[in-house]
Design a protein around this ligand. Structure first.
Ligand SMILES: [Zn+2]
Length: 439
């Protein structure tokens, strides 16, 4: 009885041992793979010259000639990396590397190369150029993935994530007449890049059409830089809610109305602004809340403000928490209104749901950083990204690299060559690992 159970145990172990020896060998080979950091940073430096302005910033606004020139350069790089390329109907540049298993959906990595006017040289560019470098490294080393691998340059991220949203069918035909950041309408801009605004619906993908979405990006905040950590494992992209708040008091003479007889809308608005800050900071967590706009009416030095229109924005990974914080702020507002003899009304006008990272992706990014001997930490993304507009299509994840002093959307935006190389290596190992896990 004892012997036979020992025997069956040994028999059962044999295939497991074979399997694990085999996997260790494969893993050892592939975890030794590294991207060419010098080559990657040289392509980054070249992209910087396309749209470089006198302030040292980037004027590569979506649908500009600089945008188009940069896409032509990237398309050449993609082809040299063995990718087939096309501009799709939404103006996205798609580079594809075929997989070896027929019928699998693609693993997609992508970011953007358009910038805000007088923007930086890293936001979007790091992820885009790293995606191409990853494909180039796989090509050089004969790595064959099971899944097709798409490197996508999403069009017009800064003007409303137009290219990535088109994959979700979230761009209406009526939006085509809207003005973008540059001098063109969305429709004219898409056509200028080589897309077709009349066939935009063709770019829509359904769940199952994509196997995975992974984006490398600069943090655009100062957390990694301050903590001295190399890799950010993104827990998700925060959800956002925005409200317009109208505070109504009574506009009256600033000289003849005694202090105890005023209905000062500005005073109530100021107290409310402080209440927002107190509520947000008084709750544990990484949520942020901001009053970013305020208009006073009538707006004269000698008139007590009768009305203030102000904004409120709250961001967090948990939408329930956003709602809870809002309820607390609203309750505080009613107290303030009562004390200041004003009325305060909230009207929500915007909501962007949070996109939560897939658990497997977090583990894989963290393991890849460990393999490379890099420090990492978990963190939310406070900024929106193309990958966020793609949520619901496939499991998703993001990798962050440090932004020096957290500066972004400005010429002084900076991420070191070494940090870019590190991020690209994490992207490479993560994609290779996800390719196995998602089979
Ligand atoms: Zn970006």
């Amino acid at each position: 009885m004892h012997r036979s159970s020992e025997l069956s145990c040994q028999v059962a172990l044999i295939p497991a041992v074979f399997f694990s020896l085999f996997s260790v060998a494969t893993l050892a080979q592939q975890s030794d793979l590294r991207i060419d950091g010098e080559r990657l940073n040289a392509t980054m430096a070249h992209v910087k010259t396309i749209g470089l302005n006198e302030d040292g910033g980037s004027d590569r606004v979506a649908y500009s000639s600089h945008n188009k020139d940069a896409l032509a350069y990237l398309s050449e790089l993609m082809q040299a990396a063995g990718l087939s390329t096309q501009i799709d109907v939404a103006g996205n540049l798609v580079g594809r590397r075929e997989g070896k298993v027929a019928g699998l959906a693609p693993i997609i990595t992508g970011s953007h190369i358009d910038t805000v006017p007088n923007g930086g040289h890293y936001d979007g560019i790091v992820g885009t150029m790293s995606g191409i470098e990853v494909a180039r490294t796989m090509n050089d080393n004969g790595v064959e993935l099971d899944h097709p691998f798409d490197v996508i340059v999403w069009s017009n991220e800064e003007g409303g994530k137009i290219g990535s949203r088109s994959y979700r069918g979230a761009i209406g035909a009526d939006e085509m007449a809207l003005q973008s950041l540059g001098d063109k309408t969305l429709g004219d801009g898409i056509a200028y890049l080589g897309g077709d605004p009349n066939r935009l619906s063709e770019s829509q993908r359904q769940a199952g059409d994509v196997a995975a979405l992974i984006e490398l990006h600069i943090e655009q905040g100062a957390v990694l830089d301050r903590e001295g950590v190399t890799i950010g494992v993104v827990e998700g992209i925060v959800g956002i809610k925005r409200w317009n708040i109208t505070v109504e008091g009574f506009a009256n003479h600033a000289g003849t109305t005694p202090m105890d007889q005023r209905q000062d809308a500005m005073l109530a608005a100021a107290r409310l602004t402080i209440a927002v800050n107190d509520t947000i900071t008084g709750t544990p967590g990484k949520q942020v809340g901001t009053v970013g706009r305020m208009q006073l009416f009538p707006g004269a030095p000698n008139v007590i403000p009768g009305k203030v229109v102000m904004s409120l924005e709250i961001r967090d990974l948990q939408m329930e928490k956003v709602s809870l914080l809002f309820e607390q702020i609203e309750a505080a507002a009613q107290q303030i209104a009562m004390k200041s003899d004003t009325s305060i009304l909230f009207k929500q006008y915007y909501e962007s749901p949070a996109a939560i990272t897939d658990e497997r992706f977090k583990t894989t990014v963290e393991n890849s950083a460990n393999t490379l001997g890099l420090t990492s930490m978990h963190m939310p993304s406070g900024a929106g990204h193309d990958t966020q507009s793609l949520q619901g299509l496939a499991p998703l994840g993001m990798i962050f690299v440090p932004s020096v002093k957290g500066v972004s959307h400005a010429p002084s935006e900076f991420t070191s060559a070494q940090d870019i190389t590190n991020g690209a290596n994490v992207l490479l190992l993560t994609i290779i690992e996800l390719d196995k896990q998602l089979r």
